[in-house]
Design a protein around this ligand. Sequence first.
Ligand code: B16
Ligand code: MG
Length: 448
Amino acid sequence: MGLKCVIFDLDGVLVDTSVFHGKAWADLVRGEGYEPPEDLEDRVKGISRMESLKIALGENASHYSEEELTALADRKNACYLEAVKTVKASDLYPGARALLDGLRAAGIKVALGSASKNARAVLDGLGITGDFDVISDGTTHARGKPHPDVFLGAAWMAGVTPAECIVVEDAPAGITAALHGGFIAVGLGPEDFLDQAHVVVDSLEKLGVDTLQALHAGYRIPTLEGPSALPAIELVPTQDYDLTGNGLPAAWESLPWTLLQQTGGESGPVPSTRMKMRYSESALYVLIEGEAQTIQGPIGAGDPAFLTEDHISLLVMPDPWQRIYLDYKLSPLGHDVTLCVANHMGESAAYQRWSSQEELCVQKRIRVHGGSATSGATVSGWTMEIKIPFTMLAPIAVMPPKAGTVWYGNVYRVDTEQGNRACLSWSAGPGEGRCHDYAKFGKLQFGS
Ligand code: B16
Ligand code: MG
C-alpha cells in the first residue's frame, strides 16, 4: 500500500491567507467596540466561520442573537473576499509549485482539504485550481476541523483510503482532524505549535515526493495521537486453552504486569489493579488482578445495557480507521455486558449489544480472594481471566491478527469503596469520561 494521495489544507499551507482571515476578524471585533484576543489569527486557523466568530468575540458573543451573529459573519466574509481578490500566482508558498508538479509526475493524486467556503476563489487567484484532482472544502462539508470530514471527504472523492494519504496542515485543529480520520499528518509551521503532527517542516520546500513516500512507508500503521508515545503492551503468542477457573496456566507467570493508573473519581484509597495480555491463533487472552476491600454490587435499576456495579471495561479497537470497538464489561460478581461502540470523537457514541451467539461470546473466569463473591462482602481482591475469540471481531477487521499487527484499546476499572468511587485506566486522558478517548488508546502489539 503506497502513497496514493496528498491532501493539502489551503489557508496557511499553500498561501498566507490566514493573515487576511485574522485581520478581517480583528477589524470586525474592533468595529463592534471590543478588543480582539491577542492570538486571534492562530486560534481561528482551520476553524469554521461561525466557530471563528465565537472565538473572535469571546464572551461578548452572548450579546448577539443568532441572526446578528450570522450578519456579523457575513460582514467579515465580505471583507475577506475583498482581500482575497488580491491573491495572485506569485503568492503561492515557496516549494508548492514544484511539489504539485512532482506529485502529478509520480501519479500521486492531489486533493484539497480546506474548511473554507472560499477555497475555490483562492485557488483561482493562485492559478492552481487545475492542479487538484479533488476539492473538498467548506461548501462540501458543513463541519470544520477538528472534525475529520473534509479530509475523509477528500479521500473518498479521490477513491483512496485514509491509510493511502498524507495530509499537510498548518493548524493544530487540522492536525487533530487528520489524526481523527486516520491520516498521517505533516505539520507546516512551528514545531511547538504543531506538536501532534507526525512530522513538522517549516517550508514546503522540504517536502519532495521521495520524502513524502518515505514518510508514508515509515508510518504505515497510523498512530492515533501522532508519534507521541502511547502506552503499549507487547502480546506474546500462546497455545489455545480453555479457561477452567482452577488456577492460572504457568505461561502467564513469565509475562510482566501493566499497572492501571487512577484517572478519576473522588480522593481516597485507590485499589491497585494490574493486567497482562497475550494471544493465540484464535483468541485474545487477558488477565486482570485487582485489590479490593469490598465488592459493590448493582446499584438501583440502572440501564441494563451497562453495569452499575464495580467492574472493569476492556475496550478493543482492531482497526483504528473504523472507530468501532468492543467494550466488554465484567464485574467481580460475574455479571457482564458485551457492547459494540461506534464512536465519533466522543460526541456521538452509539452502543449496541454484541451478538449473543455462543461462538461470538467472550469467555470469562473470576476468582474472588479473601471472601465470598457477594455484594458487600469483605474481600482482599479478585482475578479475572478473559478470552475474546477473534471470530467475534471479524465484522470489524481482518482476523486473526498476525505478528506485527497493532490494535488499539484501553482497560479501565470503576470501583466503589466506602461510598468513594474511583476510576483507574491503562491509557486515555484524565477523568473517568476520557476512558473512551480512542485517540489516546494504548497499543496492543502482536509479537512473534
Ligand atoms: P471561510 P483552511 C480555514 O481554511 C481557515 O484557516 C479558517 O481561518 C477559516 O475560518 C475557515 O477556513 C473557514 O473559512 O470563512 O472562508 O469559509 O485552513 O481549512 O484552508
Ligand atoms: Mg490552514
